[in-house]
Design a protein around this ligand. Structure first.
Ligand code: FCB
Length: 444
């Protein structure tokens, strides 16, 4: 049966996800401070075409229009992130009232539209002022994060009941401190290990703060989990894949939920772990947020910080328009595995496909490859649920085409096309598909 006609459990939630830096713009407005991604954008050769987040989707001004798009899709839930430097321009100290007001307006609009706001505290835009003090490599960062979480919980906790501490821990720590695919662009083993451990501590502190301050809060964290397969069966590639897998898939959920670091990381991280840390990291959470796009093919490369690198998918592997391998069955397997390993309800907090979408002569944007990707993944999720995977909701990445990190605006993930010159939004075929799916699910 096509995914669009499947039956879903009552209360299953349908949503979209976005993040502050990728859509807001308004980078110099109303007292917002600099983030490490603003810095990266003005650093030579780090972002395609020299693109920046200065304007992005101009969501800072167009949030009401964007919430109306979500309402039209019929969404139950919306996941967004708060830009830490917008509410605390220097990362700590005096809050910025105008920045705090923006999220008040956004949350109120979302609720008015009948959509539950899900707030993610950190989607990679660390205040630059904190990076100047060492960022996540500084053990004090857990305390900075707890203070920032306190500010948000106090301000928004009356209306926001679903909280995520971080988005994709292993991506921003690995890319930011070992590989230089993300801000701040450090490549150093010790810095990377420190960052992992301190981010884990910040997560634990954040959970405690939100739990204490927001009555009835439902708290989780958002992990990226993807099978890591060796590019071929050469022993060095098999070993590289195993190491990357522990880094990518287990360095955060294991300590946070099971209370220990995974085997292949434990020795390297030990020098930074102090007495009592593991208890502070392993705090009870209510759900597991999963971002998933497809498997990774890995290979050995002695010239990298850890000796692993991204390899190539087989030539005949199905791929998205931007070359990411597509294996919906692997997604289903991940869901079953995660349910067994961590025993938490799972929300798919991101899933989607990148493309090079363009309007046709009539101004329509047809994206059949994205529709096929979403169809196949929603169907695989449904099949996994029949086999016992505990999935409670699904969020498409993303509502809008947006700033895609190192690729700038050169790849598009939205179900709405954005013309970045005029800021016009155009629904793609995938928006119509998603709307129909949500409608069918509600009436089933
Ligand atoms: C994820 C990120 C998100 C977006 C998608 C395509 O890794 O969480 O911000 O860039 O990939």
């Amino acid at each position: 049966m096509a995914a669009i006609d499947l039956k879903w459990p009552k209360g299953f939630l349908w949503g979209v996800s976005t993040s502050s830096f990728q859509i807001e713009g308004g980078a110099r407005e109303d007292g917002r401070g600099m983030s490490i991604w603003d810095t990266r954008c003005i650093t030579k050769d780090k972002v395609a075409n020299g693109d920046t987040g200065d304007v992005a989707c101009d969501h800072y001004h167009r949030y009401a229009e964007d919430v109306a798009l979500m309402k039209d899709l019929g969404l139950d839930v919306y996941r967004f992130s708060v830009a830490w430097p917008r509410v605390l321009p220097r990362g700590r100290g005096a809050p910025n009232e105008k920045g705090l007001d923006f999220y008040d307006r956004l949350i109120d609009k979302t609720l008015e539209a009948g959509i539950q706001p899900w707030l993610c505290l950190y989607h990679w835009d660390l205040p630059q002022a904190l990076d100047d003090l060492g960022g996540w490599t500084n053990r004090d960062s857990a305390g900075w994060f707890a203070d920032y979480a306190t500010l948000c919980a106090r301000r928004y906790g009356d209306r926001v009941k679903h909280w995520a501490t971080f988005n994709e821990f292993s991506v921003f720590t690995l890319f930011g401190y070992a590989i230089d695919w993300g801000a701040p662009g450090v490549t150093d083993r010790a810095a990377h290990m420190r960052a992992i451990h301190h981010v884990n501590m910040a997560h634990g502190a954040g959970v405690d703060v939100v739990r204490a301050m927001v009555p009835g809060a439902s708290i989780g964290a958002i992990h990226n989990v993807q099978p890591v397969w060796p590019e071929n069966d050469k022993p060095e590639n098999v070993a590289a894949a195993a190491l990357l897998s522990d880094h990518w898939n287990r360095a955060f959920p294991d300590p946070q939920i099971l209370g220990h670091y995974p085997a292949l990381i434990a020795r390297d991280i030990e020098p930074y772990v102090m007495g009592g840390d593991m208890t502070r990291i392993c705090r009870p959470v209510d759900w597991f947020g999963l971002n998933h796009y497809g498997p990774i093919f890995a290979k050995h490369d002695p010239n990298t910080t850890w000796g692993f690198a991204w390899g190539s998918a087989p030539d005949d592997a199905p791929k998205s328009e931007i070359g990411w391998p597509i294996y919906p069955d692997a997604f289903g397997d991940v869901l079953i595995d995660l349910t067994r390993t961590y025993k938490l309800p799972i929300y798919i907090t991101e899933n989607g496909a990148g493309g090079q979408d363009k309007p046709d002569d009539k101004g329509k944007v047809d994206d059949p490859k994205r529709v096929a990707y979403l169809e196949a993944h929603v169907a695989a999720m449904h099949a996994a649920m029949q086999k016992g995977a505990d999935i409670r909701g699904y969020f498409v990445w993303s509502l809008l085409d947006n700033f895609e990190w190192g690729s700038g605006y050169s790849v598009r993930f939205g179900v709405y096309y954005v013309d970045f010159k005029t800021q016009k939004r155009i629904p793609k075929t995938s928006a119509a598909w998603y709307k129909r799916l949500i409608k069918n699910a509600a009436s089933a």
